[in-house]
Ligand binder design. Sequence first.
Ligand code: SF4
Length: 248
Amino acid sequence: MEAQLLSDRDLSSTAARLDSAPPQEIVRWALQNHRPGRVAVVTGLQADGVAIADMALAVDPGVRVVTIDTGRLPRATYQYIDVLRRHFGRPIEVLLPDHDDVERFVTEYGVNSFYNSAERRLDCCHHRKVAPLERVLETVDCWMTGLRRSQSASRAMTPVVQRDLAHGGVVKVNPLASWSDDRVSAYLAARGVPFHPLYAEGYTSIGCEPCTRATTAGEDPRAGRWWWEYGLDKECGIHGRPVLRRTA
Ligand code: SF4
């Protein structure tokens, strides 16, 4: 079934019907309502996305599991990719940014220009993350993500199923929208799936090495991402252009 054959009405009624369904049921719906090979789990290898990969592989052992290597990931993330390959017994697709794009960008602005302004940070995220994602989304009808409502204010209204208008109208499925951190952790532990090693070092959200730090008790889980910025959503642009919220 082509993504476009699922009307907006189908998607809204499915989103309402599955809103409180177990994530495994939502994952199954995604896999059963799109063409084989045209569904991908796209994950930054945090606990949420890895849990969805585990759920999807249990239904379809051939489902695509995709991650983006920005070129600036922590060493622990590269090691974790191999750990997961062994655990799941199958390849993980690793997408790279267009090297001409990145070369032009770092030559013009510097290798760490993301520290200089919100504009440069968003440009870097665009070249290294958003553009590679757009490439993979041209090859699918449906992508699954680890977005959860409790992760941040900007994610509080995340539906379980939606039309992704920012990416050509593909279907975007967020099976864990209603789950908490603890439920995700309990799921992975019960399934014996290895965790990203940086969680044990106090990280509560994991992205590129120069843009992520561990958090302290009481901090927002995403406070360690782009920690030097104020007023800009803690998003890279994969889930919509971040909004700059200036305060007087
Ligand atoms: Fe660039 Fe930092 Fe965004 Fe990674 S998180 S793509 S290094 S700005």
